[in-house]
Design a protein around this ligand. Structure first.
Ligand code: APR
Length: 269
């Protein structure tokens, strides 16, 4: 896998030789005590799950305001649930990829390791990640719109559309954050606390345009952390990142992992 374009801060963008440049990045990662990561739809792309704003992204095909707002849900819960049932079907038929698996392994590697995801697909957990902070909820959880109780449901397809609360009979909604809705305050507070307290912050597979998630790597940079971005395309974060690799996470994370292990072995002598 010849040179991968890497931008080293705002001025410098050049083709990199994997060994010569991944090495310095690994030095920084191995010296870190506290590693924090933000992932987006891109990390699940190589598992065959569509992203939102990519070529065949969901928002290119479907209108978010028709399917991913509370108003749309109240107007037509059946339509919204049919869409989420379709997405659950796709996700259930896919497997975590090498990128998810490397991050699950890294959880054991660092004294402090925080994985924050915007993804609702649950693939990090299926890859073995234990402590995942889900900013935008989880597609395998339902929430009662009256009692707000959250229940897990893995039926594919759903037995009833729209599903209803067993206890009170009210409509259940997907336990996800829709446009125009705020994130869970305690989850957000914890995410900003952890990202601004880390030594190294990764931003993997996100277009870095959706707030407040997109501010997490910036808060880490402001607090002095090294920011490492992995994305085949540049994003609004690229100029603020210390390293930005133009690469697919499912291909690049195993390379990084291999070099980390090589260096760790070398250091142990
Ligand atoms: N590896 C790494 N990154 C990839 C890959 C890959 N194999 N394939 C695509 N990408 C990148 C794209 O270049 C793009 O920048 O992943 C990013 C995906 O961006 P979006 O589709 O905008 O997804 P995301 O950033 O997660 O969206 C944020 O927006 O629609 C809402 O709630 C939804 O959580 C979502 C939020």
């Amino acid at each position: 896998m010849g040179g991968i374009p890497v931008s080293l801060g705002p001025e410098v963008t050049r083709k990199m030789d994997v060994q010569s440049e991944v090495g310095p990045v690994c030095d920084i990662i191995l010296a870190a005590k506290n590693v924090c990561l933000l992932t987006g739809a891109g990390i699940s792309a190589e598992s065959g799950i569509p992203t939102f704003r990519g070529e065949e992204g969901l928002w290119k095909t479907y209108r978010a305001e028709q399917l991913a707002t509370f108003q749309a849900f109240i107007q037509d819960p059946k339509l919204v649930w049919e869409w989420y049932d379709w997405r659950r079907g796709i996700i259930a038929s896919k497997e975590p990829n090498a990128g998810h698996k490397v991050l699950a392994e890294w959880e054991e590697l660092f004294p402090h390791f925080t994985l924050i995801t915007q993804n609702i697909d649950g693939l990090h957990q299926r890859a073995g990640s234990k402590n995942v902070i889900e900013l935008h909820g989880n597609i395998w959880k339902h929430r009662c719109i009256d009692e707000t109780t959250i229940t897990e449901n893995h039926d594919v397809p759903l037995k009833e559309i729209p599903p209803r609360c067993d206890k009170c009979g009210a409509l259940l909604r997907p336990h996800v954050v829709w446009f125009g809705e705020s994130l869970d305050g305690s989850i957000l507070h914890k995410s900003f606390q952890l990202s601004s307290g880390c030594d190294v912050m990764f931003s993997i597979g996100t277009s870095a345009v959706v707030q407040p998630a997109a501010s997490l790597p910036l808060s880490a940079a402001e607090a002095g952390a090294k920011v490492i971005e992995i994305n085949p395309d540049p994003t609004p974060l690229t100029g603020s990142a210390d390293f930005s690799f133009r690469a697919k996470s499912g291909e690049f994370l195993p390379i990084l992992d291999k070099e980390l292990k090589r260096q760790t072995k070398q250091k142990k002598g």
